[in-house]
Design a protein around this ligand. Structure first.
Ligand SMILES: *Cc1c(COP(=O)(O)O)cnc(C)c1O
Length: 490
C-alpha cells in the first residue's frame, strides 16, 4: 500500500468509521429498533433451530478482508431475528427474561458511547454517585436503614449470590480473607432449600467451600423451606463438628415463585448466629408494590439481599444488585491496594468500586436502572407489576376453566399446571408433548419443570410488561389444541 492510499484511509477510521457512515448506521439502528417492536407481536416467538445453517453462515467469515459496516449490521440483525427465542415477545411465557425498557436501551447505548470506567471513583464520579444513590434507594425499598446500607451492582444474581457467600464467610471468620479455608479448623456449611437457585452451588465451589458444604433443607407442601428441618439440620451439623455460617431464604423461586418464610428463617439465623441472605433476584420487585410488599415480610432482617433489575424491572441484561446492612463488610472482603490505580476523589467517602466488589473494570450497570426509574418512577413499575400479577390471575382462571389444574399457590404471575384429566402415569408424556407443541408452533413459549420430587408440570410466567389478556387467551387456546392433538394421537 502506498502512502497516498494510507492518507486516504486513515487507520483510525477502520475502527471509528467516517462521520457519514456513522450517521447512516444510527439511522439504521433506529429502524431496526422500531421495526422489531412493531413486527414482533405477529412473529414467531421461537425459531426452528438449524445449527448447521447458522454455522454455514459464519464459516465463510474469516476476517481476512473488511466488510461494509451496514452489510455487517444487517447480517447480524437478520440472524438475531431468525435465530433466537424472542424473549421480548409478549407471548414469551418463559424464564425471568423481560422485554427491555426503552430507557434501558437508551442507557446501554449511552454507556457504550461514554464508556465510563467504574473501577475507580477518580474516573467516573457521576456514574458512581448515581449507583450509590440507587443502592440507598433500593435499600430503603427493602426496609434497610439507607444511611447504614451498602451494596454493589453486579453482573447478575449469580455474582450477587457469590458475593453473599464471601461476605458471610468473612463476617463469621474474619481470617478467611487472608488464610482462606486452610485457616479454618471446621468446615463451614450453608443452608438452602431444594427450590433455591443453583448459583449457590457454583458459588460454594468458587469460594473454596465445595458443593458438599451446601445443605439442602427439605421443603413443606407449599415448597417453602421447612424451618424446623432447617434448625434440625443445623443442630446435626454442629454436633458433627461443622461450622454452620449462612442460610439462604429465597423470595421468588425460579420454579414456582415460592417465597420462603423469611421472618421465621431470620429467627433461626439470629439464634444460631448465621448470616441471613435473601435471594430476591426476581421476587424482590414486589417490594415496590404496596399491596404485595407484605409477601417479603422479614426481608429487612437479612444481612444481605440479591436483587436483579434485569428480571422484573425489565432493564436489559445484566443488572444485579447486592445489598447489605453491614456497611463495612464489602471493604473487608475486597479491600486491596495497588500502586497503579488513581487516587480517590478528595472528600469522597465512597470506596473505589474495584476495592468493593468482585469485578474490576466494570461498565456503568446502574444507568439503565437509573434512567428507567427516572422516567417511570416507582409508581410506574408498581403499575406494571400489578398488571402482570393480574395477567397471572387471569391465566390461572382461564386454565381452570379449560380443564387444566394449577398446582402452585402464589400471588406472583408464575403459573405451574397440569392436565386435569389424565391418569398419573401418562402425565409426564402429555406435559412434555404439549410444551413441545406450543414452542414449535411459534405462537407462544412456555417451559416445563418438576416441583420438588413431583410430577412434570407446565410452567408459564408473565415476564413482559406488554403481555395482555389477548395473549393469555392465545396461550390457553394453543394449550387446549395441543392437548386435543395429544389425545387424538394417543
Ligand atoms: C435469575 C436468578 C438467579 C441468577 O441470576 P443471574 O442474573 O441469572 O445471574 C439467582 N437466583 C434467582 C432466584 C434467580 O431468579
Amino acid at each position: 500500500m502506498n502512502i497516498d492510499q494510507r492518507l486516504e484511509a486513515p487507520p483510525q477510521e477502520k475502527l471509528g468509521l467516517d462521520a457519514g457512515t456513522r450517521v447512516e448506521i444510527w439511522m439504521r439502528l433506529a429502524k431496526v429498533l422500531e421495526g422489531y417492536l412493531a413486527e414482533l407481536p405477529q412473529a414467531r416467538v421461537a425459531p426452528e433451530v438449524d445449527l448447521e445453517k447458522i454455522r454455514s453462515l459464519l464459516a465463510p467469515l474469516d476476517f481476512t478482508h473488511p466488510h461494509d459496516p451496514l452489510d455487517a449490521v444487517d447480517f447480524v440483525v437478520r440472524n438475531l431475528w431468525d435465530y433466537q427465542v424472542h424473549t421480548p415477545h409478549p407471548r414469551y411465557f418463559g424464564l425471568f427474561n423481560p422485554a427491555p425498557t426503552t430507557m434501558g436501551i437508551v442507557a446501554d447505548t449511552l454507556v457504550a458511547i461514554f464508556n465510563p470506567q467504574l473501577a475507580s471513583s477518580n474516573h467516573s464520579p457521576f456514574a458512581i454517585e448515581v449507583e450509590q444513590h440507587l443502592i440507598r434507594s433500593f435499600a430503603r425499598q427493602f426496609g434497610y436503614d439507607a444511611a447504614d446500607a451498602d451494596g454493589t451492582f453486579t453482573s447478575g444474581g449469580a455474582e450477587a449470590n457469590h458475593t453473599a457467600l464471601l461476605t458471610g464467610l468473612v463476617h463469621k471468620f474474619p481470617e478467611f480473607a487472608r488464610n482462606g479455608m486452610r485457616g479454618l479448623d471446621r468446615q463451614p456449611t450453608l443452608y438452602v432449600s431444594n427450590q433455591t437457585h443453583h448459583s449457590f452451588i457454583k458459588a460454594a465451589c468458587a469460594c473454596g467451600l465445595g458443593s458438599e458444604a451446601v445443605r439442602q433443607v427439605p421443603v413443606d407442601g407449599a415448597l417453602q423451606m421447612n424451618v424446623e428441618a432447617l434448625a434440625e439440620q443445623i443442630a446435626r451439623d454442629q454436633a458433627a463438628g461443622f461450622a454452620p455460617y449462612l442460610v439462604v431464604a429465597t423470595a421468588g423461586a425460579t420454579n414456582a415463585g415460592v417465597i420462603d418464610p423469611i421472618a421465621r428463617i431470620a429467627e433461626v439465623a439470629d439464634r444460631e448466629r448465621l448470616w441471613l441472605h435473601t435471594d430476591a433476584a426476581w421476587g424482590g420487585a414486589v417490594a415496590l408494590v404496596p399491596e404485595l410488599r407484605h409477601l417479603l415480610k422479614g426481608i429487612e432482617r437479612s444481612d444481605s439481599i440479591t436483587f436483579d433489575a434485569h428480571k422484573w424491572l425489565s432493564v436489559p441484561m445484566g443488572a444485579g444488585l447486592y445489598l447489605t446492612r453491614r456497611p463495612s463488610i464489602l471493604e473487608q472482603v475486597f479491600h486491596i491496594k495497588t500502586d497503579y490505580m488513581p487516587f480517590s476523589v478528595s472528600g469522597a467517602n465512597v470506596a473505589d468500586p474495584y476495592a468493593h466488589s468482585l469485578q474490576w473494570s466494570r461498565r456503568f450497570i446502574g444507568l439503565k436502572v437509573f434512567l428507567s426509574l427516572l422516567v417511570a418512577g416507582w409508581e410506574g413499575f408498581a403499575a406494571v407489576i400489578k398488571h402482570q400479577a393480574t395477567m397471572g390471575e387471569l391465566l390461572r382462571q382461564a386454565l381452570e376453566a379449560s380443564q387444566w389444574k394449577v398446582v402452585n399457590q402464589t400471588e406472583l404471575p408464575v403459573v405451574c399446571f397440569v392436565d386435569r384429566r389424565p391418569p398419573e402415569p401418562e402425565s409426564d408424556a402429555i406435559i412434555d408433548a404439549v410444551a413441545r407443541k406450543i414452542v414449535s408452533s411459534g405462537e407462544a413459549w412456555i417451559s416445563t419443570t418438576r416441583l420438588g420430587e413431583g410430577l412434570l408440570v407446565l410452567r408459564a410466567c408473565i415476564t413482559n410488561y406488554r403481555t395482555d389478556s389477548k395473549d393469555i387467551e392465545t396461550l390457553v387456546r394453543a394449550l387446549d389444541r395441543a392437548r386435543d392433538e395429544f389425545y387424538r394421537r394417543a
